[in-house]
Design a protein around this ligand. Structure first.
Ligand SMILES: [Zn+2]
Length: 73
């Protein structure tokens, strides 16, 4: 008898769910200036984990991409 157990080894690297909402602005690591959030909040107000939001520093014009972390971290 051939017992082929189907093992679905799906990697669980991708976490889905609510993310901590990004702050409107962050401190630029390069110059200490203020970097403002470029992304618009989703219509339902729910940010997704793993979403990339961009910030633009108003002083040095550098762009920062931040990946959203799960709530409570
Ligand atoms: Zn800067």
């Amino acid at each position: 008898m051939n017992n082929n157990s189907d093992q679905s080894n799906e990697s669980d690297d991708f976490v889905s769910g609510r993310a901590e909402p990004p702050s409107e602005s962050i401190v630029c690591v390069d110059c200490g200036g203020r970097a403002h959030l470029l992304a618009h909040p989703p219509e339902d107000g729910i940010w997704q984990v793993g979403e990339i939001v961009a910030y633009r520093c108003s002083d040095c014009r550098d762009r920062w991409d931040i990946e959203l972390a799960p709530e409570g971290e």
